[in-house]
Design a binder for this molecule. Structure first.
Ligand SMILES: NC(=O)c1ccc[n+]([C@@H]2O[C@H](COP(=O)([O-])OP(=O)(O)OC[C@H]3O[C@@H](n4cnc5c(N)ncnc54)[C@H](OP(=O)(O)O)[C@@H]3O)[C@@H](O)[C@H]2O)c1
Length: 389
């Protein structure tokens, strides 16, 4: 599956300025298909963090160039975007000649909700425009076929690359039938992620950090390495970004040597810590914090064992995606095992003096990845990469 470069202003977090609390005008001339699809995309950003494992979809109903209704996918098992939009129309509305813009092909199967494609026929709707098809094998073209058969004109592919980017990781996880793993790091101009002394907690500026916080809502689980945890005590929460802030992700620390065993329960509250099993003393084996990995810290299999162990943990919802936020040692170990499917890489301008090879990483995830986003946040640059399937 090809991952196309995105238009300026869009990234894997959707329309970028929407993550920063900025009010900006549309990027497209009013009334065009791109304009309305952008509105549907913006609407769908309200689903991020709540609809998972369902895709966060947006829908806008338009007639004679005027918006009649919009909706976004609700929490898992609750109504989808199309049903929300139709449900908010006045009861006496006349939809003769209306057009419906939906970011994802309407579903055609009965899950926790009835099929959305059943909402359209027999109401006089002239056209439905979708950005991209649904890779779920229960839909996969069937939703569009049903609509076309009922006589509604169907147009597809409007803002497809941008919507697919926002629908990442859903699109990738459904297509590949696996949990999606994403790397995120911030580098100095020299390529270092940290200085030797651990003084370099912030490399990027507030806009980049706001984007990262917003992005965290997209992913089910966040991970950091033990050394990062000990030096930075990161909260790993969603805070300094635009509203709505929909969820706080689950948080995991990769700690093969058991360096966090010395910390108190209150310091580890809200975290699960994955440690090589032999390093966990009997007294800590049965609590909810420390989880054993069947590996040795020096094993070449460590990255793969960590991935397998994390994916087998019980979470509140089916696990779709994991974002690993560093440090360099953890990222290198997982990259070596080919764990990552995408990467968010910030380059800041902050420089520190005492640097070593250990903290250095390449400017991107390497061969096999396609650059989708290149965005400037003040002095920082964001690049986002997705692995070609
Ligand atoms: N710029 C950024 O994006 C960013 C993000 C996060 C953190 N940081 C900075 O990075 C620094 C910490 O990063 P780090 O790279 O030193 O450590 P890290 O990745 O945060 O932690 C990895 C931990 O796992 C241990 N480990 C043991 N065996 C390992 C193996 N085979 N592979 C990987 N790890 C193994 C490491 O022990 P050893 O110590 O013995 O290797 C270390 O305790 C901090 O200064 C933090 O501020 C920067």
């Amino acid at each position: 599956m090809q991952w196309m470069p995105l238009r300026p202003g869009f990234g894997l977090a959707g329309r970028i300025d929407r993550t920063l609390s900025e009010q900006v005008d549309s990027r497209f001339p009013a009334g065009t298909d791109e304009f309305w699809m952008e509105q549907a995309l913006i609407e769908s950003m309200n689903s991020v963090g709540i609809s998972s494992p369902n895709p966060g979809v947006g829908c806008v109903i338009v007639k004679n160039g005027r918006e009649l209704a919009r909706g976004f996918t609700q929490a898992w098992k609750q109504p989808h975007a199309e049903r929300m939009a139709f449900g908010s129309l006045p009861s006496d509305v006349n939809l003769e000649g209306a057009e419906v813009f939906v970011t994802l092909e309407p579903c055609s199967h009965t899950g926790f909700q009835p099929p959305c494609s059943d909402l359209f026929p027999g109401r006089g709707i002239a056209r439905i425009v979708v950005a991209t098809g649904d890779p779920d094998p229960r839909v996969s073209g069937e939703g569009l076929r049903r609509l076309a058969t009922s006589g509604i004109r169907v147009d597809a592919g409007v803002l497809e690359a941008e919507v697919r980017a926002l629908l990442f990781p859903f699109i990738k996880t459904r297509g590949l039938k696996k949990t999606v793993w994403v790397a995120k790091w911030a580098r100095m101009p020299s390529g270092h992620l940290a200085d030797i002394d651990g003084n370099s907690k912030w490399i990027t500026h507030s806009q980049s950090r706001a984007y990262t916080h917003w992005l965290r809502q997209k992913y089910d689980v966040l991970v950091v390495g033990a050394r990062t945890f000990l030096l930075d005590r990161p909260a790993m929460t969603v805070r300094d970004c635009a509203l709505p802030r929909q969820r706080q992700p689950e948080r995991v620390v990769f700690d093969p040597k058991g360096e966090l065993l010395k910390l108190s329960d209150s310091e580890l509250e809200g975290f699960r810590v994955l440690v090589c099993r032999d390093r966990i003393p009997e007294a800590k084996r049965h609590g909810s914090v420390f989880v054993g990995m069947e590996s040795d810290p020096d094993s070449p299999e460590l990255g793969a064992v960590f991935k397998r162990t994390l994916e087998s943990l019980p979470f509140q919802k089916p696990l779709q995606s994991v974002m690993v936020e560093g440090g360099a040692r953890l990222l290198r170990t997982l990259a070596r095992d080919g764990v990552f499917d995408a990467a968010h890489v910030f380059t800041g301008v902050q420089k520190f003096d005492r640097l070593s090879e250990r903290e250095w990483l390449e400017s991107g995830p390497g061969s096999g990845f396609r650059l989708c986003t290149h965005h400037v946040f003040g002095e920082d640059v964001l690049q986002e990469w997705v692995k070609e399937d």
